[in-house]
Design a protein around this ligand. Structure first.
Ligand SMILES: [Zn+2]
Length: 271
């Protein structure tokens, strides 16, 4: 599932291909995504100029003159820029045909993604308005998490994956950040100190920034290739390494189930 760094990378990769282009037509082969693609999209997008791309949490915004496309990639969605004559393959559900002989193609085999439209500020959209702080903003600090944790008892991993607390952190980067900060995934949030939260926030920013940087070097994977969602697995130190030696102490990393997801941790290093 694409997480924040993947969506940021997709945004950065698509921006030079989309900004200041004009949408000629939209072709919807399969409208049944997580929510139906709005039928008004055809008339709303017709000959509209793309002004800018931005991101909020795991949502991609494509800002036009008349409103904003809100796109979520769900479990398996991808976006690619292709030449206008590229034939669609199975699961290529939507094409945005541009006037410059290219198209933006949305593929989504599992159809958990979304393509929505708003003429209002997208930040007040029902799906967006309750999203918590952006983790890479300067306002996201150890102090903030420490205050939010007051009188709560949730396990820390669930807490940092709660998008109302902080945006866009899924299981991969939560696992990584907790491992680097040496905090056990099940530790109740009210038992974590301010200095641990400061360390955790630094770790979250580090793993996200590293992933975005790694994504920048593999942009072509998002833009022109087969459109597999990107996972920057070469960067990962805990996620996907169950049974392999801990990078800090050499003991085998363990797996447990938390909130119906398996999570990897080091029994020795994470308290
Ligand atoms: Zn260890």
């Amino acid at each position: 599932m694409p997480e924040l760094p993947e969506v940021e990378t997709i945004k950065n990769g698509l921006t030079p291909h989309l900004e200041n282009t004009i949408i000629q037509q939209i072709i919807v082969r399969e409208p049944r995504l997580r929510w139906p693609i709005p039928t008004i999209l055809q008339s709303c997008l017709n000959h509209q100029k793309i002004i800018q791309l931005s991101r909020r949490g795991k949502y991609l915004f494509i800002h036009l003159n008349t409103g904003t496309l809100i796109i979520h990639l769900g479990m398996s969605g991808s976006l690619r820029i292709l030449t206008a004559e590229s034939d669609p393959k199975p699961h290529d559900h939507v094409d945005f045909i541009l006037t410059n002989q290219t198209l933006l193609r949305y593929r989504d085999p599992r159809r958990f993604g979304a393509i929505l439209w708003t003429e209002d500020d997208p930040n007040v959209h029902p799906l967006i308005k309750d999203i918590g702080m952006e983790p890479l903003d300067d306002t996201f600090t150890g102090d903030y998490l420490h205050q939010q944790a007051f009188s709560r008892h949730a396990p820390i991993k669930s807490f940092i994956m709660n998008s109302k607390i902080v945006a866009g952190i899924g299981t991969i980067y939560a696992t990584e950040a907790l491992y680097l900060a040496k905090i056990h995934p099940t530790k109740p949030v009210n038992l974590i100190t301010l200095s641990q939260y400061t360390q955790l926030v630094a770790s979250i920013k580090l793993v996200l920034t590293k992933a975005i940087t790694a994504g920048g070097t593999s942009l072509k994977d998002f833009v022109n290739s087969e459109g597999k969602p990107g996972y920057f697995s070469q960067q990962l130190t805990a996620y996907g390494r169950s049974g392999l030696p801990c990078l800090f102490c050499g003991n085998p990393l363990q797996t447990m189930t938390l909130g119906q997801r398996s999570t990897v941790f080091c029994q020795q290093c994470q308290e």
